[in-house]
Write a protein that binds this ligand. Structure first.
Ligand SMILES: Cc1ncc(COP(=O)(O)O)c(C=O)c1O
Length: 394
């Protein structure tokens, strides 16, 4: 009865994502998947959640189940202010707003900032979920160049010289999909450029806490606070199912983000926010994040070792100090979609990298591998099968 005529013009741009079609194939029985981007269920602290549930009922009673303010549940804003101080971010509780995951902030930013044809600068490759959030508003994407150290500051400057941008979107730490982290000297250069051009930067940081080696790098937000919307989430440090994230934004932007959220869901679930508040207040986050790292670090090492053992010499990949992904680049002559098809025949899956580019001709020779969802032995055998798929596709 209904067809496309009933849809708003923007709706068709939401499209069904090609990656979701790929993920459907992967649900076949027996398939080993390095394709997803989920945290490991073994990393979910069920014992702690039992305890948190009691604490929430005792400390907040009915108010954990009542409507609440759009900005966020007060005790969570306060707990986050305390928690962020430890990582060098000094903010008042009222400056921290709670969102339904970081995804909720990306959606709201699209809604309040992007009009048809507005220009947004992104890393090539970039986070697919951001593109999905922004697409309905019909922006024009300007891809910036990256290398092993993430965004190249000169490419940002060139982009700002040539284009009038609405904002720049970056995942500077353990990026999805590449795992790359922008080092401090580049962050300083980026902050300086962003300030000089007076442009807004969106810094998306879901993975920063998952560090397995190396030194913590300060956020770009801490280098130029007035120019940056910083967002992070409990999805990777607690559980994604509570759909609770947060952001810090310049006051003018914050006010409109709150207004946009009011129309969407009034506020993020109070019970979920109360659980997150107690997770911080009880010190559980400081105890549990190291447990998550203890689970993921050997998985990442197992994948990297297996790649060293099985992958062909003309392939190169990132060696991230944290996060959930390894990014692989083959020679330009290889079509990774063919490798993907060979992989499916062998019951192993990954995501072809082309889906993370805004330009459809880019990244045909790349792939993203996830290591959080499989144990070390599975990662070893899956890597061998992917290497065989590469040979079969040549
Ligand atoms: C870069 C990036 N941003 C945002 C998100 C969304 O996270 P959340 O669960 O907080 O909505 C993800 C999830 O994988 C991500 O990789």
């Amino acid at each position: 009865m209904f067809d496309k005529k009933i849809l708003a013009e923007r709706t068709e741009r939401m499209g069904s994502s090609a990656i979701r079609e790929i993920l459907k194939l992967i649900s076949q029985p027996g398939m080993v998947s390095l394709a997803g981007g989920l945290p490991a269920p073994e990393a979910f602290p069920l014992e702690i959640i039992h305890n948190l549930t009691h604490r929430v009922l005792e400390n907040y009673g009915v108010s954990a189940f009542q409507y609440d303010k759009t900005e966020g549940f007060g005790p969570l804003q306060e707990a986050l202010a305390m928690h962020l101080k430890k990582s060098g971010i000094e903010v008042q509780a009222s400056e921290i707003c709670i969102s339904s995951g970081s995804q909720g902030v990306l959606d709201a930013l699209g809604k309040i900032l992007i009009g048809p044809g507005d220009k947004i600068a992104v890393e090539a490759p970039t986070y697919l979920g951001a593109i999905q959030a922004f697409n309905p508003y019909n922006p024009q994407y300007i891809s910036m160049e990256t290398d092993d150290q993430g965004l190249i500051p000169e490419s940002l400057e060139e982009t700002l010289k040539n284009h009038d941008l609405k904002f720049v979107y970056l995942v500077p730490t353990f990026q999805n999909p590449t795992g790359r982290t922008i080092p401090l000297d580049r962050r300083k250069a980026i902050a300086e450029i962003i300030e000089r051009y007076q442009v807004l930067l969106v810094e998306d940081d879901p993975y920063g806490a998952l560090r397995y080696r190396g030194e913590v790098v300060p956020s770009i937000k801490s280098l130029c606070p007035q120019q940056v919307v910083y967002t992070s989430t409990f999805s990777k440090t607690f559980v994604p199912g509570i759909r609770t994230g947060f952001y810090l934004a310049p006051p003018f932007i914050q006010q409109w983000l709150i207004m946009a959220k009011q129309g969407v869901d009034l506020h993020t679930g109070t019970l979920n926010q109360a659980l997150a508040a107690e997770y911080i207040r009880g010190g559980f986050i400081d105890e549990h994040v190291p447990e998550i790292i203890r689970l993921y670090k050997p998985r990442q090492e197992a994948l990297l070792e297996a790649m060293d053992e099985f992958f062909p010499k003309d392939f190169h990949w990132t060696r991230p100090e944290g996060g959930m992904f390894i990014w692989v680049e083959g020679p330009r002559s290889i079509d990774i979609m063919k490798v993907y098809e060979e992989g499916i025949k062998r019951l192993v899956a990954f995501v072809p990298g082309r889906f993370f580019y805004t330009n459809p001709d880019d990244g045909l020779h790349t792939m993203r591998l996830n290591f959080t969802m499989s144990d070390e032995a599975t990662l070893h055998s899956a890597t061998k099968l992917i290497a065989e798929s590469i040979e079969a596709a040549r």
